[in-house]
Ligand binder design. Sequence first.
Ligand SMILES: NC(=O)c1ccc[n+]([C@@H]2O[C@H](COP(=O)([O-])OP(=O)(O)OC[C@H]3O[C@@H](n4cnc5c(N)ncnc54)[C@H](O)[C@@H]3O)[C@@H](O)[C@H]2O)c1
Length: 314
Amino acid sequence: MDILIIGGTGFIGRRLVHLLHARGHVVTVMDTEPAPTSFADLGERVRTIRGDVGSFTDVMAAMGDARPDRVVNLAYLIGSRHPPRAALHVNVLGMGHCFEAARILGVPHVVYAGSFAANGRQSHHGDRAVTEDDPVHPDDQYSRHKVMNEWQALDYIETHGMRITGIRTSYLTGADKVRGSTHHVRCITEPALGRAVTLPFRDMMQCLMHVDDAAQVFASVVLAEAPRHRIYNCGGLTVSLGELAAAVQRVLPGASIGFEHETGARAANSSFLIDNTRLAREFGVPARSLDGLVRQIIQETQAAAGLPGRPHRR
Ligand SMILES: NC(=O)c1ccc[n+]([C@@H]2O[C@H](COP(=O)([O-])OP(=O)(O)OC[C@H]3O[C@@H](n4cnc5c(N)ncnc54)[C@H](O)[C@@H]3O)[C@@H](O)[C@H]2O)c1
């Protein structure tokens, strides 16, 4: 297959490129920052071009050139502190450009990254796992844009009969994460480098997934002919920062991890009980223990810093 990945040099995208290449596909990557990730070692089946998802001309040119069987849109301004017009331009208009260009060029399947952030606070849902059919409760710039993207997709599905699939990704973690939420990353990477770390709340909850596993999920959904649903919860491991710290200390017994507050995060905690049954039944979800996730990130952090480490087990 020919696959166009917009925003493909980022945290998820660079892994997805490798996975799709390994399965024999031809991948075109379009990104405003093509440089951070080099795919030179992958040969001619991966091509990187500079392009802005906020420019319909760029999107049409990339898609018209690649003539893809699949389009994946990962380009986004993550977080909620962006100037409103700039964020709207990339997140909402950019998504619209992907859908419209795919419509014009007859792309059989478009996949985009949604977010668990659409669910809002866990308190909206009580002490139960949130499904894709539950009402959404966006409460900031980022989550409102994510909800808008789902409406945009639905509009193209209903009006034009397109196949568009959203993956409501959870908190993704990995040694190289630099944007979005990073408390859970620093909880592991700072001790891995022998440094003390202080985090805000021991009782802060999150549903965590290793980014490698999320890339596997994306690859499965992207390659599917006809996913049964238009939205999938990614899910993951539900843990508090305190539990994550304990897991780090099991691997690195001397790790110094402190908390400014023991409690206080729960009332405003974003959703952390996520039901991913739909995804698991149709595509499977990579199995991963908390200790395996922690060991992998420690090993990657130490390897990147040139420190001796031990091989990880999942
Ligand atoms: N990482 C997470 O924890 C997480 C969680 C939930 C949802 N998501 C979603 O997954 C998607 C990808 O996330 P990521 O973690 O890989 O982010 P990332 O920031 O690492 O990657 C995004 C990529 O998009 C590119 N980009 C930004 N603006 C662009 C533009 N105007 N045109 C073209 N490219 C542009 C960036 O250069 C970057 O390479 C986003 O939609 C994000 O909201 C991520």
